[in-house]
Design a binder for this molecule. Structure first.
Ligand SMILES: [Zn+2]
Length: 879
């Protein structure tokens, strides 16, 4: 009975399963006939079962197990089951004819044979709820085994129900499904020899595994029991950890089993792991089935009990913990009070105390081999309280040195227009192209990136911006669709990003530019902006808006128009903007003489370019997005002029209806959409400003105003694509360094400061205080966040020999070298939620590397071991 036989069987099964799948559909859909029995079947179960058939996997991943109709019944009171009311056909249940029901109940098909004989394989049908005891009884009958002989069952190289004269067979009550048998599996019945020995004991496992030439101990594949490669990979990594394997192979675990530990698994994890590990190193098997081990794991950690793909590192962590508690030499854990470290004692004292307290409760081969001490330091941002703790670790989860980044275009609007270059061109806005920001970040990330780009730019001399003075917004056409707070996270599907500069000691207010069209309506006609005011007075605000708008004008018609108005003289907005404007004014003297009546309009016809806005809030936001003509490059005088002519008759009429004719615009409070006036701003009272204050500058006459992102006045800044990490290789040392870098806790991951008595966004730092004999590094390739989940395929280089971890140890003042060699690597191939796990392991007997891919084991070159699939690394100290 070799692996090849099994493969043939599986192929036949696939054909049969497909054929069967179509028959099932026919049976369910056929007409009911009088006098027939049809059965009620849970629809959820049935759909899962059909998927299982159609997938015709040879593994068990989608097998729903035995029929489960329990959802159709009320919770049993006493022994009678009552169907729930209001069950719906084809939703809650389906009717299946008797012939299908019989098949479903008895669908399990096993290949049966007798141990040590090459005789025929008998195929037999069983119900999925058949127990191992019943199966054994049936097989004894089929193979005509003497009533007095003892027997036991085997499948895939492991015992299903080992015979032990002192106790009943422990797995006898398991169903075939619970025993992880799938349809088509080969089950072998072994009959005890008359001298009391078992045929399989000479050699013990030899009858089923390939009995070719002697196998190098440790080079034993593990069968895939249906998406269990994650487990096989973890097992092979641990199997190639010499101190651990020596412990098990030399049977030391029997003396240290701690079956009463309430935190342990009753010794079952240690026993099943030990048995498997010994068998793997017996040199008798080219592959084995880890079935018993898997069942033990599933029993104590239901997440691993199914047949879904799981995380290899999580299983390894679970296994290390399970082994530790099962083998904990401490039988009764003393209570140890952990006090908050407030008085400042030297690290060495606190660390030694923490470690000795830990050892009082935890002492095992796992602690001896894998546990080290990690120092974590938390600093409260408010009261500067420093909290230091020392915690044991079993593995280190290292971030990959890659920050997921993306390049976006943002518009930066300085508080005052810039003059650029020898020609002193006025630039209202800087378009920063391809600004690199984290894919998932918070607002300060984008502020810092933008400020750095501007401050490092050679094009803009003598202008620097403070990242904390930036207001990040989203603008859609002429509307502010979002004004970000500093601690907001920054989503990836934003509208256009506009960043406005706020001046020190000033209040920055968002301003909409609108043109009044009648008593009740006005249209937005240029990009919104923020004005900076020092004093919260109407005059200051008016002057600031006016100054700003003037910088947007092609021609000085604005001031001409408002000659009757007294010159405010308020230089709130700073002289810079005005004097720049002065330059342009003198250049445009010709235009100055243009009659004011034609100096009208925004650069585009408002009817097409701007949003139609009325005072009713209902048709506001949606309409705004419908006008799609960009106001940027098309601001040619010709286009503007033709628009003007068409509209001028209407304008005169409208203008007359609005009060405050003396002034080019009036200021109002407005809602955040710029659609609904919330009140006039009184000239006499100080402004009442809140965080939600939006201002509208409502123009009563038409002026030629450019949008701030006019091509003329826009400075383009094309950033070199910053050192993109895609395809760039990294070293393990970078990962370790990043692990020990101070980090600010995330906004959802706050720390309770015992001094402030509240949760704080503390800064956190890890340092390695002591190192274990075997260091496990988990490369965090899988990222999960609120917005995205992903796997990073970054190549991380790591050494096979002489990794010096001494350099990262803070408890090592002379930085003495502590060298480690790689012994095993768990690999993950493919994407999220699936993929395949394998392992590389260095055989301790031969010193050669091998690739463990489920049941296949093959020699590997050292070069192959280091790949971008590497996920968990195990290093053994050289001593
Ligand atoms: Zn505090």
């Amino acid at each position: 009975m070799t692996k090849e036989v099994e493969m043939e069987v599986d192929d036949n099964d696939k054909v049969a399963a497909l054929k069967f799948a179509s028959e099932v559909d026919k049976m369910v859909n056929r007409e009911l006939k009088e006098g027939e029995f049809w059965y009620v079947l849970d629809n959820k179960w049935f759909q899962t079962y059909k998927q299982y058939l159609q997938a015709c996997d040879d593994d068990m991943v989608n097998n729903p197990g035995p029929i489960d109709n329990s959802d159709l019944f009320k919770t049993p009171e006493g022994k009678t089951l009552t169907l729930k009311e209001n069950l719906v056909e084809n939703e809650d249940f389906v009717y299946v004819p008797a012939e299908l029901w019989t098949i479903l109940v008895n669908e399990f098909e096993l290949k049966l044979c007798l141990h040590g004989t090459k005789q025929e394989i008998i195929t037999a049908q069983f119900s999925q709820v058949t127990t191992l005891k019943e199966l054994e009884k049936e097989m004894r009958k089929l193979f005509k085994v003497d009533d007095k002989a003892e027997t036991q069952l085997w499948a895939c190289g492991s015992l299903l129900n080992a015979y032990d004269p002192s106790e009943p067979k422990k797995n006898d009550d398991q169903t075939l499904v619970e025993a992880s048998l799938s349809s088509g599996a080969i089950v072998t019945l072994e009959v005890q020899n008359s001298d009391g020995s078992w045929p399989s004991s000479r050699p013990r496992f030899g009858a089923i595994a390939t009995r070719s030439s002697k196998i190098t101990p440790g080079l034993c594949g593990l069968m895939n029991l249906g998406n269990t490669c994650f487990m096989n990979s973890a097992l092979q990594c641990m199997s190639n950890t010499p101190p651990l394997t020596e412990y098990f192979v030399n049977d030391k675990y029997w003396d240290e089993l701690n079956v009463d530990n309430p935190l342990g698994m009753g010794g079952e994890i240690a026993k099943t792991y030990g048995d498997l590990n010994k068998a793997m190193w017996s040199g008798l098997h080219s592959f084995l089935s880890p079935r018993e081990f898997k069942q033990a794991v599933g029993k104590f950690s239901p997440q691993f009990s199914g047949f879904q793909q799981q995380d290899c590192q999580e299983l390894m962590a679970f296994l290390l913990d399970g082994l530790h508690e099962d083998l904990n030499r401490v039988k009764k854990k003393p209570y140890i009070e952990i006090k908050q470290e407030i008085d400042k004692r030297p690290d060495s004292v606190v660390a030694a105390e923490s470690w000795s307290n830990y050892l009082k409760r935890n002492d095992s081969i796992i602690v001896d081999t894998f546990h080290g001490l990690l120092k974590s330091t938390l600093v409260c941002p408010e009261c500067d309280l420093v909290s230091v703790t020392f915690d044991p670790y079993c593995y280190l989860s290292l971030p990959l040195p890659v920050k997921r980044e993306r390049a976006i275009d943002v518009m930066f609007v300085p508080a005052r227009p810039l003059t650029v270059g020898p020609e002193k061109k006025i630039k209202q806005v800087i378009k920063i192209c391809k600004l690199t920001v984290p894919k998932v970040g918070i607002v300060p990330d984008i502020c810092n990136a933008a400020a750095r780009a501007i401050n490092e730019s050679k094009e803009i001399n003598g202008f620097t911006v403070n990242p904390s003075n930036l207001i990040v917004t989203e603008v859609n056409h002429y509307r502010l669709t979002r004004v970000y707070n500093q601690d907001d996270s920054f989503s990836s599907n934003a509208d256009e990003i506009y960043i406005f500069e706020k001046l020190d000691d000033c209040t920055a207010l968002p301003v909409y530019i609108r043109r009044v069209k009648g008593e009740d309506s006005a249209v937005l006609f240029a990009k919104p902006f923020f004005v900076n005011i020092k004093q919260c007075t109407y005059e200051a605000l008016y002057s600031a808006v006016k100054n700003y708008v003037e910088t947007l004008m092609d021609e000085p018609g604005f001031t001409k128009e408002t000659t009757t108005q007294n010159n405010d003289g308020d230089e709130e907005m700073g002289a810079g903007a005005n004097s720049d404007n002065g330059d342009t004014t003198s250049n445009n003297q010709v235009n100055h003489k243009t009659p004011t009546s034609t100096v009208t309009s925004a650069s585009l016809s408002p009817e097409t370019a701007s949003s139609s806005v009325s005072n009713t809030p209902t048709n506001s936001a949606t309409e705004a997005t419908t006008s799609a003509i960009a106001p940027t490059a098309t601001a040619s005088t010709a286009a503007a002029a033709s628009g003007d002519e068409k509209e001028s008759p209407m304008d005169d009429k409208e203008d007359g209806e609005v009060e405050g004719e003396d002034e080019p615009f009036t200021l109002r409070l407005i809602n955040s959409f710029g659609t609904m006036p919330l009140g006039k701003i009184s000239k006499d009272k100080p402004l009442e400003l809140g965080s939600k204050t939006f201002i509208a500058a409502d123009f009563t006459k038409r002026f030629r105003i450019r949008s701030i992102d006019n091509e003329e006045t826009m400075l383009r800044m094309n950033l070199q694509k910053s050192t993109s990490n895609v395809g760039k290789s990294h070293n393990l040392s970078e990962c370790i360094e990043q692990f020990t870098t101070t980090e600010r806790l995330g906004e959802h991951d706050l720390w309770y400061c015992p001094r402030c008595k509240k949760r704080q966004q503390a800064s956190k730092k890890f340092d390695i205080w002591s190192l274990p004999k075997v260091a496990i590094f988990h490369l965090k390739r899988f990222s999960y966040s609120k917005y995205w989940r992903d796997k990073l395929d970054t190549f991380v280089n790591f050494p096979l020999y002489n990794l010096d971890l001494g350099q990262y140890l803070i408890n090592n003042p002379k930085k003495e070298k502590i060298l480690y060699n790689l012994v095993a690597v768990a690999n993950h191939y493919g994407g999220l939620g699936g993929g395949h796990y394998t392992a590389y392991g260095k055989n301790k007997e031969t010193g050669t590397w091998y690739h463990f891919d489920d049941s296949n084991v093959s020699q590997a070159s050292e070069d192959a071991v280091v790949s971008k699939a590497a996920y968990v690394l195990l290093y053994l100290r050289q001593d």
